[in-house]
Design a binder for this molecule. Structure first.
Ligand SMILES: O=C(CO)[C@H](O)[C@H](O)COP(=O)(O)O
Length: 227
């Protein structure tokens, strides 16, 4: 990653803390942009801000511990005031593709439990149509090849079992991820609904109608997009 891309991510990630208020419980998303949010949040906590975070991945939990952001259990009754998360693609309706980092299921659970969702991205993630990145789909390992075949019959141009260093990538939930390319997606809500009908699919990386604001890190500053 170039220094310029990293700077854009830093700008977007840090800006998001402006929405955080004392006493809030915050959903902490995953990825290298949210890293900057968590780092900045740690500085605010060190200065006396009282918040609690709910991490959406083991990696995020590690960053929260590293920067001194207090965490709370995500259990029945936990209400989130705000969630801050990254994305792989954001379209003009604020629909998202997520899951590039493999944390889509926990991210979706955390984001869905929050009153507000802010997405932090560098400007390369803002697209006019979702699809080029591909759709990560988390599937149960048992019978995954059968699930893969069903998905590939749904107009998928290419489908790949995610690997990491030549080993099958296993999510924080013990599942596999299929990276599926459908070309440009005309109706993300329909595609998501169809994929969810396939037995073996746990969740898709299509996040529809969840986002309130998008913070875009640019070369010359930061832009806040509101619905
Ligand atoms: O969805 C995600 C992980 O599952 C990430 O939020 C997404 O991949 C963006 O990551 P980054 O900020 O590193 O570009």
């Amino acid at each position: 990653m170039t220094d310029q891309v990293e700077l854009r991510k830093k700008r977007a990630g840090e800006k998001a803390v402006e929405w955080i208020e004392d006493g809030m419980t915050i959903g902490l998303g995953s990825g290298s942009t949210v890293y900057w949010t968590i780092k900045k949040l740690g500085e605010l906590v060190n200065k006396g801000m009282k918040i609690k975070g709910v991490p959406s991945s083991i990696r995020t939990e590690g960053w929260a511990n590293q920067f001194g952001v207090p965490l709370t259990d995500f259990q029945q009754g936990t209400e989130l005031d705000l969630a801050i998360d990254g994305a792989d693609e954001v379209d003009p309706s604020f629909h998202l593709i997520k899951g590039g980092g493999g944390s889509l299921v926990r991210e979706k659970i955390v984001n869905a439990a929050s009153k507000n969702l802010i997405i932090v991205v560098d400007e390369s993630k803002v697209v006019s149509n979702l699809g080029e990145f591909g759709v990560p789909i988390e599937v149960v390992p048992f019978g995954w090849e059968v699930t893969e075949r069903r998905i590939s019959q749904m107009g998928c141009r290419s489908i790949q079992l995610r690997k990491s260093e030549n080993e099958i990538y296993v999510s924080n939930n013990g599942n596999y991820i299929l990276d599926c390319h459908f070309g440009y997606i005309e109706n993300a809500m329909n595609l998501h609904a169809q994929l969810k009908q396939v037995v073996g699919v746990v969740e898709t990386g299509l996040f529809i109608g969840m986002t309130d604001h998008v913070i875009v890190g640019k070369d010359n500053g930061v832009q806040v997009l509101r619905k």
